[in-house]
Design a protein around this ligand. Structure first.
Ligand SMILES: [Zn+2]
Ligand SMILES: [Zn+2]
Length: 341
């Protein structure tokens, strides 16, 4: 089969590989679409300790079950050959403290398809049967492949809680920022400011009902403070994760408000800790999604409640290197690139 193999910083190649075969409790999925994620861009550059080359990345995918390993149906009776599925790529032990309370994403032995094992940038991928979710009636495979990033935003929305009538700020209008914007609207936010350097990305946020800010042209913190009687917003989300956006989201948050840190661009960095302390700002990390968030995300896509259309681009797997470079160097008017093996 054909696979896009990441072989080192800024180096991917199409390689012929042996077909994988599903072990006990696993399924073989013929990949229809596999999205490129921001975390894979940093990995592509060699900035991600989790991913070691050579590796077939790809953890946002949908496809068709073409073979079932021993007892796979015992683990997931909904599956048979031909079932169209999306895969929750984050699997866990299932019995530790975190798994028992539904926080499987915090499990110490969690594993990600496309990082710990070969992922969806290939014609076929093997995944645990328990992690495969049949697509709802009528959902396209291309839409199904968006479930993973939508689940990330659903998690942020869950942490944000009820935002009835509040004003909020999202730093970053990449795919996660655009989906978080929608998740905050669904939580009742009256206004969502969205900041991003790229005009194409601001245009997408605007089309989704965000009020956009160009950090090079306006003072983001001052603008959102002016919009909130000088107080600052109740909730901010950093969907970028660099020192500037971490500082900005803290400064833009009102006393006693909450900052949700989602973007992982920089591992460490200086934040204005004393300001957060003196103004009793709550800083919350948000990582990935629970299994419940993942199922919720699939439901929202089915209802048309979350979208990245019309900014989803489909490209042949062999163009993966081109798109990885482009998304790193000069992201344009595409919110999500789906590779087609
Ligand atoms: Zn992702
Ligand atoms: Zn566990």
């Amino acid at each position: 089969m054909r696979a896009l193999v990441w072989e080192g910083p800024r180096r991917v190649m199409i390689r012929e590989q042996a077909m994988p075969s599903p072990g006990p409790g696993e399924v073989l999925v013929r990949v229809a679409f596999a999205g490129i994620c921001g975390s894979e861009l940093s990995a592509y550059l060699g900035h991600n300790a989790l991913r070691v080359p050579p590796l077939v990345m790809g953890h946002e995918f949908a496809g068709e079950v073409v073979a079932l390993g021993d007892s796979a149906r015992g683990h997931n009776p909904a599956l048979r050959e031909g079932t169209q599925v999306t895969v929750n790529p984050l699997s866990s032990c299932g019995h530790c403290l975190y798994c028992q309370r539904g926080d499987n994403h915090l499990c110490a032995s969690r594993q990600l398809v496309g990082a710990h094992r070969a992922g969806g940038y290939a014609e076929y991928v093997v995944a645990p049967a328990t992690q495969a979710l049949p697509l709802p009636e009528g959902m396209s495979l291309a839409t199904g492949a968006l479930t993973e990033p939508v689940a990330v935003a659903v998690r942020v929305g869950e942490m944000a809680g009820d935002l009835g009538g509040e004003t909020t700020l999202v730093a970053g209008a990449g795919p996660i920022g655009l989906l978080v914007l929608q998740a905050l609207q669904q939580r009742g936010a009256r206004r969502v400011f969205v900041s991003d350097l790229a005009p194409e990305r601001r245009a997408m946020a605007e089309a989704l009902g965000g009020e956009t800010l160009d950090p090079r042209a306006v003072d983001v913190v001052r603008t959102v403070r002016e919009a909130t009687d000088g107080l600052g917003v109740a909730l901010t989300v950093d969907a970028v994760g660099v020192a500037a956006t971490r500082a900005q989201t803290i400064a833009a948050t009102r006393n006693g408000g909450t900052v949700i840190l989602s973007g992982l661009h920089e591992e460490t960095g200086v934040i204005p800790a004393a300001d957060a302390i003196r103004r009793e700002i709550t800083l919350r990390g948000s990582f990935a999604y629970t299994p419940a968030n993942f199922a919720d995300a699939l439901g929202r896509l089915a209802r048309g409640a979350m979208r990245l259309d019309p900014w989803v681009v489909q490209a042949d797997l062999s163009e993966g290197g081109f798109w990885l470079d482009r998304l790193v160097d000069a992201p344009g008017a595409e919110a999500k690139v789906l590779l087609v093996p």
